[in-house]
Design a protein around this ligand. Structure first.
Ligand SMILES: C[S@@+](CC[C@H](N)C(=O)[O-])C[C@H]1O[C@@H](n2cnc3c(N)ncnc32)[C@H](O)[C@@H]1O
Length: 249
């Protein structure tokens, strides 16, 4: 999908509920974004959450602290997030529209910047972190749902010459971060039946377009385990630290 197509997609997605697909997940890798976040955040911390979506994760999973600013380029997502915040009772979070690729927050403001399943520009992120501040990225990699993408011969990142994880990793290092680690994260999602699986694939941008029935059945025949359809997920986690010696230029 092109940048503008993604924007339209996320504007529509703001009112969708993924609970309807009843997905159960199994994590095969010990890398927990929220556990790492909790270890870095104190009650005095300021946190920036990039590409926050409807705010579900930041509201439910982020530790309470002095201030969390959560941003997204989709006004519809931010409207959903504000509604979710009002129901939550949390007072340390505020939401606003911002493009991650044209960040307009001030310099050296945040102790931690988090970007979960969204695009990033580490060269912009490093400027808004305090010296010694941390960057946490969790992303979806080229080899996510690879068995499915191979059956269809297309999909998100299918033809990327370099996986997104490696591009992010290199960009984080190039931006000047220290202590950069990249961890592949393997998970398995299970769907109760074909309708739930097809409905999910029709809404997410894993494949290019609505899945063809014949190819879908081919995949399901090979990936049904104990009556449930399995989808192999491949994510990545990046942690990095802004050097203490970095100063505002
Ligand atoms: C898959 S959702 C992830 C939402 C949330 N971070 C989570 O983990 O549940 C991706 C979000 O990134 C946002 N996004 C994509 N490109 C963006 C950009 N250039 N600037 C800001 N937000 C962006 C989308 O609008 C969407 O809400």
């Amino acid at each position: 999908m092109l940048h503008d197509d993604y924007f339209e997609y996320y504007e529509r997605l703001a009112s969708w509920k993924f609970d309807e697909f009843d997905i159960s997940s199994e994590c095969l890798t010990e890398w927990d974004l929220y556990k790492i976040l909790r270890s870095l955040v104190s009650e005095d911390s300021c946190v920036l959450d990039l590409g926050t979506g409807g705010g579900e994760k930041v509201i439910a999973e982020y530790p309470e602290c002095r201030q969390i600013i959560a941003t997204d380029y989709s006004p519809q997502m931010i409207a959903t997030a504000k509604r979710n915040l009002a129901k939550s009772g949390r007072t340390d979070i505020s939401f606003r529209v911002m493009d991650n690729l044209k960040m307009d927050v001030g310099e050296e403001l945040f102790d931690v910047v988090v970007a979960r399943h969204t695009v990033t520009d580490p060269a912009q992120i490093i400027k808004c972190l305090k010296p010694g501040g941390h960057l946490l990225i969790r992303g979806v990699d080229k080899y996510d749902c690879w068995g499915l993408k191979m059956v269809f011969g297309d999909g998100q990142g299918y033809s990327d010459p370099v996986p997104q994880s490696i591009r992010d990793y290199e960009n984080v290092i190039s931006a000047g971060f220290a202590d950069v680690t990249l961890v592949p994260i393997c998970e398995r999602d299970y769907f109760r039946d074909r309708d739930a699986f097809k409905g999910f694939l029709s809404k997410v941008p894993i494949l290019d377009g609505v899945p063809d029935d014949g190819l879908l059945d081919e995949y399901i025949a090979r990936n049904t385990i104990c009556g449930r359809i399995r989808l192999q997920r491949q994510y990545y986690g990046i942690t990095a630290r802004k050097n203490d010696r970095c100063r505002k230029s």
